[in-house]
Design a protein around this ligand. Sequence first.
Ligand SMILES: [Zn+2]
Ligand SMILES: [Zn+2]
Ligand SMILES: [Zn+2]
Length: 133
Amino acid sequence: MENLLKRKKISETPFRKEVLAIFSKYNNAIPLSVIEDELPEYNRITLYRTIKIFKEKGIIHEIALSGNESNYALCQDNCDTETHHHQHIHFKCKNCNKIFCVEMDKFPTIKLPHYKIEQLEIQATGLCENCNI
Ligand SMILES: [Zn+2]
Ligand SMILES: [Zn+2]
Ligand SMILES: [Zn+2]
């Protein structure tokens, strides 16, 4: 995790490392409020800036599902400063409201010739393995 910041050419600050460590603790996407709860102390502006730079550098991505506050999850290695390359969908559990990134074997191809698709959001809802009992 630590050299992730170096690899993405972001200067390492104790705070950035702290925020990154929180992301790696969860296997689901988390909203800002969870990050805030995990931080012993923080400055809101610094936190927003950190989230922004993580997003821009391809460390995390934002998931804005309708009816939810924005959630954030770690990216795969192939995301970079310019673009996010995700081959996954987002699953939302309707019981615990957690959002998970789910890899797909085969990502659908969209048949829209001459269109430039900049963002594709596929979401699934249901019950996660903890709630589906
Ligand atoms: Zn990404
Ligand atoms: Zn659940
Ligand atoms: Zn995701």
